[in-house]
Write a protein that binds this ligand. Structure first.
Ligand code: IVH
Length: 812
């Protein structure tokens, strides 16, 4: 290329487009190596011809020479703040939206009684910045500062990958000032803190602080390494471009110009009711979002109406920050106990002074394990930050060390105030309570607590001897996603176990009214004694009215009776086999169809199934190899439990081909390719494999072991017993769906997401959460976001609801 100016222009445009595809659309069109190659070419050309470097050159993304200080920038249009509204939650999680209704009232009265449309969007927890573009090129970026004067952070903002250096698409205005928020994604924050820890440097308290610290670096090369992110939320002024009439149009226009918007997390509604429903939905989604938000912002949609409403002091009358309940709060650790889980896992738990956080009163928080507890150095008496995000178990985030009770304080409270002697300063600074250590014995059954090499989790070695493990196993068995026994919650089961009425699963099905009545009376009695503490048995106590013990017992028995014919997958999940979650249980049910098959399935065949690796297969086979477990299942069947059979939709003939299971035989190490050759040699028959003919020496060696020979005949018998592929197809199943992977995104017109998922699975398809090359179909509805874009970029087939139904052979 002998025209460097032309080539520089070409490379600049190309690289900016690639960066946009990668960072904003999340759909790269070229491999990273290609980007890097062109980037280096541009760097070299710019170094040779500095005068030709363009103002939107992507080479600025890596940062430049450190500044002595930031220049001040006066904001032409002041950067204002928002007034807040809160919606307190009651103990059932219901929101009280009085403050938002009051806002709506104020707005409507300001508009002479008219009902405005509202836009609701995330309130990003980052830093506000203002970006000025002239002729489409980013000219200046400034922080909010005091709202009138901010700091010039142009060099730093240019390193933010999803900030366009030149506006694209749409109608590019002569001048535009875009406002938005700079933040750090949760994942980038975690990675940054990990790096900081590894380098022995100070950790950032939260993504907001990390974003602020990174943006306000005099050395923009540091900012460049910090991976910041920008979301646009308004246009402060513009000249020579289109003039949107509403805030929503403004957002769409910003997107056209190349800015990122919070995909699927904003919307426009005709009134407050829609806004509030969206807010409640977002409060549930909040923990799973890739970035932190501390509320939603609700804005009057029409720009004319915004003008009509105007401002009051420093905040607009047409917008409000609708905050979420606090997720973090301070409280004091009263004790540290351990909890024993279903698998014996021993977890330290902080007992806390009750504190209201994230909409509920929290009294316990997990400390995860001994190592974590020591790393955070949580001790009795400490003031700690507790955090509760969504449905997640509350956790202790960190200790406020300044408030740790020290020896001297104890002496004072012990009444030793008059102590004449000055204690040496070391003793004064000694913590009152020692560093936390797990007990050596299980507090429930007294068995030893053991920890396997390299495992963070310690376990009680008592197994089924341990009452806590039995109780947890039963709680899991009865839980909603397992046998779903109505009326039998954690407290009821703990009581049943504590009183010796129930030991094993089958005992539940042998309970009768007198036994339950007895239990209830004992429990109520012990609750009148203050020492035993705890809330009363709440289930079965509808509307605060106490039920008679007989009625209560009848209800529980009805719940138990109703659970007797579970789906096979639920039953398998309920058994509490290690590593068998809902998904694995579903795969097992789909592959075998009946409990009888699952409980006899040979390990190498299990290991061939999708979603089941060797560890899980081993765990399943090991579970069913134990005579006690088989006896436990027989007892359940004898007590009237009868899991439903189901059509086989993951047929072994498809997943467990001979070369696959041969390559998964215990103690016979081989690849699938070699196993295929072996199968070929054996004349593609079990008789050939098992028979005494030559094949290869290693195989003969392996096959000679009696246990291995027995395993082979088990596999043979098992496979002969399984229905063939044709029979295996479910009635509704069809080859367009069976074995295919689907991804659902957006809102479908009539089907709920779990309905669509159930229909696909019933026809033998799989539903996955993310789009990849292996995805067969993406089913896209309203407000489908990045998954749809990714599908289009990868050339994956996209269906709407009607097309999905057609594929599933469902009319209408
Ligand atoms: S609009 C005149 N929209 O909240 C209205 N602000 O308290 C100006 N913020 O400094 C703000 N997300 O940092 C608006 N979607 C959003 C926002 C948002 C976060 C921040 C912004 C501003 C503060 C106002």
């Amino acid at each position: 290329m002998n025209n460097p100016a032309l080539r520089i222009r070409e490379l600049t445009a190309l690289l900016n487009r690639y960066a946009y595809e990668y960072y904003t659309l999340d759909a790269p069109s070229v491999p990273d190596a290609e980007y890097d190659k062109l980037f280096r070419e541009l760097e070299a050309l710019e170094a040779a011809h500095p005068q030709l470097k363009l103002p939107d050159s992507p080479t600025q993304r890596v940062g430049g020479q450190p500044l002595a200080g930031f220049e001040s920038v006066r904001h032409e249009v002041p950067m204002l703040s928002l007034s807040n509204a809160f919606s307190p939650q009651n103990e059932n999680g219901a929101f009280d939206h009085a403050e938002m209704y009051a806002f709506d009232e104020r707005v409507r009265s300001g508009l002479g009684g008219r009902q405005p449309e509202y836009v609701i969007e995330p309130k990003f927890d980052g830093l506000a910045v203002s970006l000025l573009y002239r002729s489409g090129v980013l000219e200046r970026a400034a922080t909010r500062g005091d709202g009138s004067v901010g700091e010039d952070v142009t060099l730093n903002v240019k390193t933010i990958a999803n900030v366009p250096l030149r506006l694209h698409g749409g109608q590019v205005p002569e001048l535009i000032e875009v406002r938005g928020e700079v933040l750090m994604l949760k994942a980038d924050f975690a990675a940054l803190n990990e790096q900081q820890a590894a380098a022995g440097q100070k950790l950032f308290a939260n993504p907001r602080n990390a974003a602020a610290g990174s943006l306000r670096q005099l050395d923009s090369r540091i900012t460049a390494r910090r991976r910041l992110h920008f979301f646009a939320y308004s246009i402060a002024r513009s000249e020579g471009g289109p003039a949107p009439a509403t805030h929503f149009e403004e957002l769409e226009y910003l997107q056209e110009l190349g800015f990122s918007l919070p995909d699927g997390h904003y919307g426009v509604f005709p009134d407050m009711a829609g806004v509030l429903a969206f807010y409640e939905e977002m409060s549930k989604k909040r923990p799973g979002l890739p970035y932190e938000i501390d509320g939603m912002v609700v804005k009057v949609n029409s720009l004319a109406e915004q003008q009509e409403l105007g401002f009051i002091s420093r905040a607009p009358r047409w917008a409000i920050a609708h905050k979420f309940p606090a997720e973090e709060a301070l409280t004091v650790v009263e004790a540290i106990d351990v909890q024993v889980g279903r698998t014996g896992a021993v977890t330290p738990v902080a007992r806390l002074q009750p504190v209201f956080v994230g909409g509920v009163t929290v009294t316990n928080a997990t400390l995860h394990n001994e190592g974590e507890t020591q790393r955070k150095d949580v001790r009795v008496g400490d003031t700690v930050v507790v955090r509760r995000a969504g449905d997640v178990i509350p956790e202790v985030v960190r200790v406020i060390f300044d408030r740790r009770p020290m020896r001297e304080a104890a002496a004072v409270s012990d009444g030793l105030q008059g102590d004449m002697f000055d204690r040496p300063s070391e003793s004064r600074s000694e913590p009152l309570y020692p560093q936390y250590r797990l007990p050596e014995h299980c507090p429930i059954c007294g068995s030893g607590i053991e920890r396997e090499e390299g495992e963070a989790v310690a376990r009680c070695s008592g197994g089924m001897l341990c009452r806590a493990q039995r109780a947890q196993g039963l709680i899991h068995f009865a839980s909603r996603k397992a046998m779903d026994i109505e009326g039998l919650g954690q407290r009821q089961i703990e009581q049943l176990v504590a009183q010796g009425l129930v030991e094993h699963f089958a005992d539940l099905y042998r309970l009768d009214i007198p036994a339950l009545q007895q239990m209830k009376e004992n429990a109520d009695k012990s609750e009148t004694q203050p020492e035993s503490g705890g809330e009363p048995l709440s289930d079965g106590q509808k509307n605060g009215k106490k039920q008679s013990p007989v009625k209560w017992a009848q209800n529980i028995l009805a719940g138990i009776e109703a659970s007797k014919q579970p789906d096979l997958a639920r039953f398998l999940f309920a058994l509490g086999i290690r590593h068998v979650g809902e998904r694995t249980a579903k795969s097992l049910a789909q592959a075998f169809g009946t409990l009888e098959k699952v409980r006899r399935a040979p390990e190498p065949l299990l290991a061939c199934l999708p979603d089941i690796g060797t560890v899980v297969a081993h765990s399943v086979a090991h579970f069913f190899a134990q005579a006690e477990q088989q006896a436990m299942i027989d007892e359940l069947l004898a007590a009237g439990v009868s899991p439903k059979n189901q059509p086989v939709t993951l047929p072994l003939s498809q997943y467990a081909e001979p070369q696959k299971w041969l390559a998964r035989l215990p103690g016979y190490k081989t690849s699938e390719t070699k196993a295929a050759a072996l199968w070929e040699q054996a004349g593609k028959s079990m008789a050939g494999l098992i028979g005494d003919n030559a094949l290869n020496a290693e195989w003969q060696q392996w096959r000679k072991q009696p246990a291995n020979l027995a395993l082979l005949s088990d596999i043979e018998a098992f496979l002969n017993d399984m229905p063939s592929e044709n029979e295996a197809q479910p009635e509704s199943g069809n080859s367009a769906v069976a074995g295919k992977t689907f991804v659902l995104t957006g809102t479908l017109p009539t089907l709920k997401r779990d309905e669509a998922q159930a229909m696909i699975e019933a026809a033998g398809g799989k539903v996955s959460g993310s789009v990849s090359k292996k995805t067969d179909y993406v089913v896209a509805g309203e407000a489908a976001g990045s998954k749809l874009e990714k599908a289009q970029a990868l050339g994956v087939a996209v269906l709407d609801e009607t097309q999905l139904k057609a594929l599933l052979n469902i009319d209408k």
